[in-house]
Design a protein around this ligand. Structure first.
Ligand code: SF4
Length: 438
């Protein structure tokens, strides 16, 4: 995905930059409509979904945070998890493991997301991990990720990570700049965050990554440079970098509206920051794993997200968790009482799911390839012989420096990475219209 250098002042190919893979996947929503009875469907998942080469993951949602970040509107609650939350998740694991389709699979990745999963007590986290291992089969090299925040990196939790084999960390740092941290509502100073990250690496964990937010209100280029310098000094495995998305209804949006802090930088500023991040880390041997992720080669392969784009299973557990089993997607209620009722119901499972078909899988997989920076025409399967329309579209994007085409397919340029979600969405829209998998 290494593109050639481009001008720091490009002409914009789109009026709005899409900043999330959810934007890229929006055209797929039209393909998920048929409701199915969850339990009946789970019992009759076709054999084609059971093949060993189809990998599986587990996602555990812990929608609780100690404090609300000012930019956040994610699905979470500002409170500690209820004292029985781990028991509800364990009950779900036990219920699912009584179904042969779930029990007989091998799981290659586990991802604790949120919210902040480390708001769970250390002992409760341990019980969930032990229940997963005793009820389901994890592959020997399974990637076990936990999202956490620096203030939760306590001795007792680190002991659980070690004992239970957590081997990938996504730490929500966002910035080391004290002014930025206060503005974004992050706990502790930048120095404290850096020390905590360093201490996690000192424990011997190799795959420690973090989130970086750029283009927050009033951010200067010097402030970003300092973030990059600190990240480099820590020798992290990789990081996700997100341009701040200002969402209505968030405290930050209100602060800007009331004139209590400066607005976000414009698109040109966002592009300059993006280029600074890429320049800094590509020159230090990092590579672009996907649109918003830079990694040190061999240190982070992010299997969990790969499995999702491969259309593997995601056994989703916890309030508000969304997942997929075989040919069915589903979502648990976010409301804790509704989730508790579901877990305690006669089946202990959701009432209904939504059927997905080959057409969804095919286009979702293509979106994943683009998000990871490269599409080969052979990825289009039988459509590759009939892909003139898509090739012409790729040539059009190449002419404005978003793609580099070659006889086998195309790669995103750096400018293409910046606009990657827009590009993936355009391809998805074309494919939905072509009714790709008839
Ligand atoms: S820690 Fe994450 S989920 Fe929680 S409020 Fe902050 S950004 Fe949102």
């Amino acid at each position: 995905m290494k593109g050639r250098e481009i001008s720091p002042n490009p002409r914009w190919p789109y009026s709005d930059r899409m900043r999330s893979h959810h934007d890229a996947e929006a055209p797929l929503r039209t393909l998920i409509s048929e409701r199915v009875n969850f339990v009946s469907n789970l019992k009759t998942i076709p054999d084609v979904y059971k093949r060993k080469s189809r990998r599986r993951a587990i996602y555990i949602h812990v929608p609780f945070c100690t404090r609300r970040c000012t930019f956040c509107n994610l699905r979470r609650f500002q409170m500690p998890p209820p004292s029985d939350y781990h028991k509800l998740v364990i009950k779900e694991i036990q219920t699912y493991s009584s179904y042969s389709y779930v029990k007989e699979g091998v799981y290659h990745a586990v991802y604790f997301g949120g919210g902040t999963p480390t708001t769970l007590k250390a002992a409760d986290l341990r019980k969930i991990l032990q229940s997963l291992k005793s009820n389901l089969t994890l592959s020997p090299d399974a990637e076990l990720t936990i999202e956490t925040t620096v203030s939760d990196l306590t001795e007792d939790k680190i002991a659980v990570f070690k004992d239970e084999g957590i081997n990938r960390f996504s730490v929500g740092v966002q910035t080391f700049c004290d002014r930025g941290r206060r503005l974004l509502g992050r706990i502790g100073t930048g120095k404290y965050a850096a020390e905590k990250l360093a201490s996690l690496l000192d424990e011997g964990f190799q795959n420690v990554g973090m989130d970086l937010i750029y283009n927050y209100p009033g951010q200067s280029e010097d402030e970003l440079k300092e973030d990059l310098r600190v990240m480099d000094s820590l020798n992290i495995a990789g990081f996700s970098f997100y341009s701040l998305i200002l969402l209505k209804g968030t405290p930050l949006h209100q602060m800007i509206k009331m004139g209590r802090c400066p607005p976000l930088g414009d698109l040109k500023q966002e592009w300059i920051f993006f280029e600074m991040i890429l320049d800094y880390f590509l020159n230090r041997g990092f590579e672009i794993l996907e649109l918003s992720k830079l990694v040190q080669p061999g240190r982070d392969n992010y299997e969990y997200i790969r499995i999702r784009y491969e259309n593997g299973d995601t056994l989703a557990l916890g309030a508000g968790a969304g997942g997929r089993l075989g040919n069915m997607m589903y979502m648990n209620p976010l409301d804790i009482e509704a989730y508790r009722q579901q877990v305690s119901s006669a089946t202990g499972l959701p009432m209904m799911g939504f059927k997905v078909d080959n057409r969804y899988d095919f286009i979702h997989n293509i979106i994943g390839k683009i998000e990871f920076g490269r599409l080969n025409w052979t990825d289009l399967g039988y459509l590759s012989e009939d892909s003139e329309h898509l090739r012409q579209f790729a040539d059009k994007l190449a002419a404005i420096d978003l793609l580099q085409t070659d006889p086998s397919g195309f790669s995103l340029t750096r400018k293409g990475v910046f606009w990657g979600n827009n590009i993936a969405r355009e391809f998805a829209t074309i494919l939905v219209k072509l009714r790709a998998c008839r």
